[in-house]
Design a protein around this ligand. Structure first.
Ligand code: R1P
Ligand code: URA
Length: 276
């Protein structure tokens, strides 16, 4: 039954066959190569490029909001997984996927983002080839202001790097498919909120974030994108054991330009509409 967990203090599973709790998957149901996205419709679209291993492409929607497809692409086994949003969902995905896949893994995030540089146009795809930094709300600063007087409201981490080889392959494949002018490379910023830690103004909360983007760009002048998962993917890939057994890369479609505000959809429109 669901209430009986095997390995409660490790990576718990339940049922027969034993399924990881949140992805709802068991051994072998996803491939060593995974494209991870945030939205179910994006996963569904990408899954249309898969051919079935048996009679049909494997599909499983978990009761915790994950959606996985597995099939063949260019004769290689490939999974497309939609995970929703944020650091925790990426943590659930990478850890539970690792538990049910044998051998080395390659995980590529195909996401969306806001862009931090005026010259990066909506509709371009940005590859995080120069790494990702995490911006976190400094909870203690807000909850115990006296004890933490003088502290920063947001913590900006060092850079975490993706796998260089996989990233170069992602960048060159995108350039080939979209044209070099549509592909940008640089630093990504992952934030732990779409709102406060991405510098959005929300009068309903104390956020102290009016100069946050400025501070991020002072520290990382080459930051081009802001989104919510890539840093966690890179960090867990780098922390994976045996060392190097997960290789990670990330590319994100720019759906909003933060410095200029609305620019409308890009010239091809297809990616914006499908990925929003
Ligand atoms: C916020 O709207 C979501 O969009 C971006 C952010 O990282 C966040 O998850 O990526 P996805 O479109 O992949 O979800
Ligand atoms: N996703 C984000 O996290 N931020 C944006 O501005 C757009 C998409």
């Amino acid at each position: 039954s669901k209430s009986v967990y095997a390995d409660t203090n490790g990576v718990p599973r339940s049922g027969d066959p034993p399924r990881v709790l949140h992805l709802g998957l068991t051994d072998g149901e996803i491939a060593n190569r995974v494209v991870v996205v945030g939205h179910h419709s994006r996963a569904e679209l990408l899954s249309s490029f898969l051919s079935p291993e048996g009679s049909e492409v494997f599909k499983l929607a978990s009761d915790r909001g994950f959606l996985a497809y597995t099939g063949l692409y260019n004769d290689q086994r490939l999974s497309i997984v939609s995970i929703g949003m944020g650091l925790s969902m990426m943590d659930f995905f990478v850890r539970e996927a690792r538990a049910i896949v044998k051998g080395p893994m390659a995980i590529v995030r195909l996401g969306t983002c806001g862009c931090l540089q005026e010259w990066v146009k909506v509709g371009c795809v940005s590859v995080a080839s120069a790494g990702s930094a995490l911006v976190q709300r400094n909870y203690s600063h807000f909850d115990a202001p006296k004890a933490h007087a003088g502290s920063e409201p947001y913590l900006i981490s060092d850079l975490c790097m993706p796998d260089a080889e996989l990233t170069a392959l992602v960048a060159s494949s995108l350039q080939e498919a979209l044209g070099a002018q549509k592909v940008v490379e640089g630093i990504n910023i992952t934030a732990d909120s779409f709102y406060s830690s991405q510098g959005r103004a929300d009068p309903a909360f104390t956020d102290e974030n009016s100069v946050l983007i400025e501070k991020v760009l002072q520290r990382y002048p080459k930051a081009i994108t802001m989104e919510m998962e890539s840093f966690q993917l890179f960090h867990l890939a780098r922390s994976s054991l045996p060392k190097g057994s997960i290789k990670a890369a990330a590319a994100v479609v720019n759906v909003a330009n933060r410095p200029t505000g609305p620019q409308g959809l890009c010239c091809c429109c297809r990616c914006c509409i499908l990925l929003l």
